[in-house]
Design a protein around this ligand. Structure first.
Ligand code: ADP
Ligand code: MG
Length: 341
């Protein structure tokens, strides 16, 4: 029993710019486990963006094509717990042998190894054994290997051997496609306007996107109301309250652009006009301080810039806040609007 969720398949995984590399590397691995240079394959990204789904899809695909392969899916947390138990019960050898006998190991959320030195040691040996025997290792993590902290250097260096591929938040079009796919598989039809509305409002996590749709369906059943834009709007108000919805980058961008009266597209463009640059830099600064987005995804969002541009923008804004009173008021005003929204 490989512990896989049968619903997490490639067929159910919507492809977009946000996950293209991760998905295609995953597909290659699934069709040739241990036989590509993507070993280990490390999938990383923020919470709720599909890492577990994709990692398990690889496992399911392998079991479908190569049923004799021994595949195990285990969360890092469970692995750590099993290790502690095996110490207590004196069954360390069984524990190690079990994992070393696998053809494919999928370990979810390896950032949870942080601080657990003994478990890392054991996993280091299992990793080496599997890798040397040409077995496939698939890992997921909330950060790229180079940004992981609390892990031993020798283990991290192994994690960097193969391919690290990130998964980002899907763009609006992909979020709509994901919603439609879920509805289709549940046999539900929603008006296009509702799908678009929900996908526009929820732009930080696919998991939340699904959650919103579930609430919408529940509300419609409970109140015997048809699902239309009005119901979606009133539902989302509550949903947003209940889940303490985080401020999104899209929202920051909207507020900043309204404030400075610059067109939204300009912020994402390459235009270097002073007021556009200012709006862009303040947006990046606010995104860094008010969202959980990584520097990389902030840069990506604001016109496909790299993380060093974001660092530079934040530095510039911080300097100006110190030296320019008027500028400081601008930023404070926008921040107030952000918080009261
Ligand atoms: P993570 O492990 O990164 O926190 P999950 O894999 O648990 O995220 O994904 C959260 C939910 O979103 C799951 O129900 C998953 O099926 C769904 N999901 C995420 N990305 C996609 C996608 N590209 N297509 C379809 N469903 C997705
Ligand atoms: Mg997960």
């Amino acid at each position: 029993d490989p512990q896989l969720n049968q619903n997490y398949t490639f067929e159910n995984f919507v492809e977009g710019e946000c996950n293209r590399l991760a998905r295609s590397a995953g597909y290659a691995v699934a069709n040739k486990p241990g036989g590509t240079s993507f070993n280990p394959l490390m999938l990383y990204g923020d919470v709720g963006l599909g890492k577990t789904h994709l990692a398990q899809a690889i496992g399911n695909e392998i079991k479908k094509n190569l049923p004799d392969k021994l595949v195990i899916y285990v969360s890092c947390e469970k692995f750590c717990q099993q290790f502690v138990d095996s110490l207590k019960n004196n069954t360390i050898n069984d524990f190690v042998n079990f994992y070393q006998a696998m053809d494919v190991i999928i370990m979810d959320d390896v950032h949870n190894f942080a601080g657990k030195e003994k478990t890392q040691d054991i996993f280091f040996h299992i990793f080496n054994h599997l890798h040397q025997s040409g077995k496939q290792i698939i890992l997921t993590s909330d950060k790229a290997p180079k940004d992981l902290s609390g892990l031993e250097e020798r283990l991290l260096s192994r994690f960097k051997w193969g391919l690290s591929a990130d998964i980002q938040i899907p763009d609006l079009e992909t979020r709509m496609a994901i919603l439609k796919k879920k509805m289709y598989s549940d046999g539900i039809e929603l008006p296009e306007t509702v799908v678009e509305y929900v996908a526009t409002q929820i732009d930080n996590s696919v998991r939340e996107l699904e959650g919103a749709m579930v609430s919408l369906l529940a509300q419609s059943t409970l109140n015997k109301k048809e699902i239309d834009l009005n119901l979606a709007k009133s539902m989302l108000k509550n949903f947003v309250k209940n889940t303490h919805k985080e401020i999104s980058m899209e929202y920051i961008q909207k507020l900043v652009c309204e404030y400075f009266e610059v067109p939204v597209e300009m912020v994402k463009s390459k235009v270097r006009k002073r007021e556009i640059v200012q709006a862009r830099q303040i947006s990046m600064y606010l995104a860094k301080n008010h969202t959980k987005s990584s520097l990389k995804s902030i840069g990506n969002f604001f016109g496909g810039r790299d993380h060093s541009t974001v660092i530079y923008a934040c530095q510039t804004v911080e300097d100006l806040i110190e030296t320019d009173k008027k500028f400081k008021t601008y930023v404070q005003d926008i921040q107030k609007k952000l918080k009261t929204s």
